[in-house]
Design a protein around this ligand. Structure first.
Ligand SMILES: Cc1[nH+]cc(COP(=O)(O)O)c(CN[C@@H](CCC(=O)O)C(=O)O)c1O
Length: 306
């Protein structure tokens, strides 16, 4: 990722990509106290536009607040930075990564003179699942790692250190022949994927875990907004892993994953073993929305070149 042409927004300035470096004694590199966002810009008829930019920036600031990191820039400045990162790298579609981190002004848990830094990088990162996966769905395994207890890490913060759990779970799933992990909470109820929220559909109702140990996902909220538009009944509740086994449909949601059908969990085929009709409908609506083809939700898109 480091050796490429382009520009990165770092602490208010656009710097050459290869020069956007930090010292090996950067505090967040050692202790993981930092927060980030995953945002996408899509190509629309009006040019590249960022999907739900305001919501992502709001969550970044909430994450920083939860971690007691004082943001050195305003939300407007961060919105502008994300637009610039797409624009000045001449990207038509992009994955955007804002990250807030503590610098190398001190070391140790008691370091108290640390500077809060902010970076924004944008690059071309097509959906990290194959086009076939969008239709056929993916194989998932329930992880041996438990999702965070709500008082062990702060689950409403998209905090860097929270992703050790995600990486361990995902790597275990992949080494076991699956494509993603499903993590359960400390009481054994379904929480989320390593980088996604989860939905299951059964008997005419769409179910998703309540917001305890799973991230308050923006794509999750988009699906809930669609269900409201379409009159699809939704329940946010505790879900057991065997309810996923017997669901008619299941899918993950996330900025990187978008709307991703799950065809199998722990060797149990879900529904017909491929993307179900409701998943297809919501997925199609999602791709219309991000491409600016849903006029009723045009407010979700921020044109980069405005
Ligand atoms: C743990 C987790 N749960 C749910 C979500 C979905 O949230 P949202 O994107 O707001 O709908 C994400 C986003 N995961 C980001 C990081 C992925 C990565 O590989 O890094 C993402 O999808 O960009 C998570 O990391």
């Amino acid at each position: 990722m480091a050796d490429r042409d382009g520009l990165i927004w770092l602490d208010g300035e656009m710097v050459p990509w290869r020069e956007a470096k930090t010292h090996v004694l950067t505090h967040t590199l050692h202790y993981g106290l930092g927060c980030f966002e995953g945002v996408r810009a899509y190509s629309t008829d009006q040019g590249p536009a960022i999907f739900r930019l305001k919501e992502h920036t709001d969550r970044l600031f909430r994450s920083a607040h939860i971690l007691n990191l004082t943001m050195p820039f305003t939300k407007e400045q961060l919105n502008e930075a994300q637009c610039r990162a797409v624009q000045e790298n001449d990207l038509d579609e992009a994955y955007i990564r804002p990250m807030v981190f503590l610098g190398s002004e001190g070391m140790g848990l008691r370091a108290d003179n640390l500077k809060v830094h902010v970076m924004v990088a944008a690059w071309s990162w097509p959906s990290y699942m194959s086009p076939e996966a969008k239709e056929l769905g993916i194989k998932v395994r329930t992880s041996s790692y438990t999702r965070h207890h709500v008082n062990i890490t702060m689950c409403k913060a998209k905090a860097n250190g929270n992703y050790i759990n995600s990486m361990l779970a995902l790597n275990e799933a992949i080494s076991g022949g699956a494509e993603e992990a499903l993590l359960l909470d400390n009481e054994g109820y379904v929480a989320e994927g390593s980088g996604e929220n989860i939905f299951i559909y059964r008997d005419g109702v769409l179910h998703t875990p309540e917001l305890t140990s799973c991230l308050e996902g923006i794509t999750r909220q988009t699906i809930l907004d669609f269900c409201k538009d379409e009159g699809v009944p939704v329940k946010e509740r505790r879900i057991t892993r065997d309810e996923v086994y017997i669901a008619e449909e299941a899918f993950f949601t996330g900025t990187a994953a978008e709307v991703l059908p799950i065809r199998e969990l722990d060797g149990r085929t879900i529904g017909e073993g491929k993307r179900g009709p409701l998943t297809e409908k919501l997925q199609s609506k999602y791709f219309d929305a991000v491409k600016g083809k849903l006029p009723e939700h045009s407010e979700w898109l921020t044109p980069v070149n405005d």
